[in-house]
Design a binder for this molecule. Structure first.
Ligand code: MSP
Length: 524
């Protein structure tokens, strides 16, 4: 049955280049989109750039530029970076795009007409880094918890979205839909934001043009522009054709937001209540991950400790970096980055485990099967050892599906590599390199090599959403170049589909072993 899948990343601020934090969320979204495309689902993958607001204006001023010039520059940098890294988004939205501006204004008008917005005087502590007024909970020793800078005291006449009117509904919704916000720890955090007296009230959604004119004008008061978060969140609707695009309802019903915990509140409180006022259901899931840290501090532009995905690509290859990101962060929990950990992971999983299986198998099809996938021996194929490999592959197919569904991609990869382990162990037991020279065992060699080629085919198919180039290369080496173009899960992962006689290629090592770094080689 064909289903739908709509996955979004946050739209990134155009005040810096992409770093590993942005790369993690984007690579994860890319992998999920690829997995669902492989399943035959109607899939849409959205990323983009968040261009309005004071944060961008500040950077433009520092650069002595018009904000339109700065945001255009960084937006193109993000887009080009993702393209260069092979990220297959369906749309790269910019909040300056004409269709987005029109949708934001139509929504503002609608919620204004429906009485969800009110004009008030307001005084509070504003953090330009967060682009919002802070509450007590956001402050540590008087400084913004995330940006480690003092907020500014501000007082203004502004328009407010009457968000708090929806808090009871939101708490009920979260309780009735236990996996709406996942993992659970973030759900509990949000419940306490809206339930207890957390100081979270209504949402100021305007900025007077006298102070900030880089934004979308309010349709009902041309003296103001729209608050950047109210504008930005709506991108998720614009991109799929709100209000009457052909697939809008289908895709919105299948929406999966990916974010890190830094922007939990806007996504878990502002956004569902905004949607309620607009007359739409919340997204299907809000999936929240932790931070990539370096020396226990969040990797971020404001802390100046960014790791560039382009530098990692040049040093280690992007597929290896991509694997590390997806495999080494348990979804929801912070992870620490170090190049030592990256190298250890690449060597253990990719060079030794997967790489060895590929090179041993294909070396031997070259030596013992004329460079072709051999036909399995009719008597050997149902032996318990062969059965164990088949079972391991079938289990990987089921586990990957289950873990992709529950947003535990690290576990999906772990499960997939259990099939790689099982196939390597099988090779160790069958010892085709010895069996070929032993008349009593030589007949088992075609079956052994067939089993390994077929396991590699299934492993590559399952790996393709996560490591697309590696998977395509493995498939090409077992005689199936281009197979991913028309592959489908789960049907193509059924055992026994590899064409016998397909030409195999030994090729270079997929992932050469990397020597551990000297301390002086660690890059920032
Ligand atoms: N523009 C807003 C989002 C608006 S969405 C309607 C924004 N932009 S951002 O450029 O600051 O990106 C924040 C997001 O980048 C995080 O939620 C996460 O997806 C990613 N990451 C940035 N730094 C990160 C880490 N150190 N670790 C993990 N992901 C992080 O907020």
């Amino acid at each position: 049955m064909s289903r739908a899948y709509y996955v979004t990343t946050p739209i990134y601020y155009v005040n810096a280049e992409a770093h590993m934090g942005h790369t993690y969320t984007t690579v994860l979204a890319d992998s999920l989109a690829r997995y669902h495309r492989l399943r035959g689902d109607r899939t849409f993958f959205l990323t983009g750039s968040d261009e309005h607001g004071e944060k961008i204006l500040e950077v433009a001023r520092e650069r002595g530029e018009d904000p339109a010039v700065t945001s255009e520059y960084f937006s193109i940098r993000f887009r080009e970076t993702w393209k260069e890294l092979g990220i297959g988004f369906d749309r790269f939205i910019r909040t300056t795009d004409a269709d987005h501006v029109a949708v934001v204004q139509s929504i503002l008008q609608k919620v204004w007409d429906d009485g969800h917005i009110e004009f008030r005087e307001y005084e509070g502590d504003y953090c330009v880094g967060c682009e919002r007024f802070l509450t007590e909970r956001d402050l540590v020793d008087g400084l913004c918890r995330d940006h480690e800078r003092a907020p500014e005291r501000r007082s203004e006449g502004n328009y407010f979205f009457k968000m708090s009117e929806h808090f009871d509904w939101l708490a009920g919704y979260i309780e009735d839909h236990p996996d709406f916000i996942r993992p659970e720890r973030y759900r509990n955090e949000v419940l306490s934001m809206v339930k207890e007296d957390s100081g979270l009230g209504d949402l100021c959604i305007s900025r007077p043009k006298t102070r900030l004119d880089w934004g979308i004008e309010l349709p009902f008061d041309d003296g103001y522009v729209c608050y950047v978060w109210f504008d930005a969140l709506i991108n998720y609707l614009t991109a799929i054709g709100y209000p009457d695009g052909e697939d809008f309802e289908l895709l919105w019903g299948a929406s999966e937001h990916l974010i890190a915990k830094d922007i939990l509140k806007p996504h878990a409180v502002f956004w569902p209540t905004m949607l309620r006022a607009i007359g739409l259901e919340p997204a299907r899931h809000l999936n929240v991950h932790g931070y990539w840290n370096l020396d226990d501090r969040k990797v971020s532009k404001s802390l100046g400790n960014m790791i560039s995905p382009l530098i990692m690509r040049d040093k280690y290859g992007f597929e290896a970096f991509r694997y590390f990101l997806l495999r080494s962060m348990s979804f929801g929990i912070d992870a620490n980055f170090s190049e030592d950990a990256l190298i250890t992971r690449i060597n253990a999983d990719l060079a030794n485990n997967l790489g060895n299986l590929v090179s041993r198998t294909l070396n031997m099809t070259g030596r013992f099967a004329d460079g072709r996938v051999p036909a399995p021996d009719a008597t050997g194929g149902d032996d318990a050892l062969e059965q164990a490999v088949q079972d391991a592959c079938a289990e990987a197919v089921a586990s990957v599906d289950q873990y992709v569904e529950s947003m535990e991609v690290h576990r999906a990869l772990e499960a997939l590599f259990r099939a790689v382990d099982a196939t390597n162990q099988y090779l160790e037991k069958r010892e085709p390199w010895k069996a070929a020279k032993d008349p009593a065992r030589a007949a088992s060699v075609p079956t052994t090599l067939y089993t390994c080629c077929e396991a590699l085919r299934i492993i590559a198919l399952l790996l393709s959403p996560f490591l697309p180039e590696t998977a395509a290369e493995i498939l090409a080496r077992v005689g199936l170049a281009g197979a991913l173009d028309s592959a489908r899960l789960p049907e193509d992962a059924v055992w026994g589909r590899i064409p016998v006689g397909g030409e195999t290629t030994k090729g270079k090592p997929l992932f050469p072993r990397i020597d551990p770094l000297e301390p002086s080689q660690q890059s920032q």
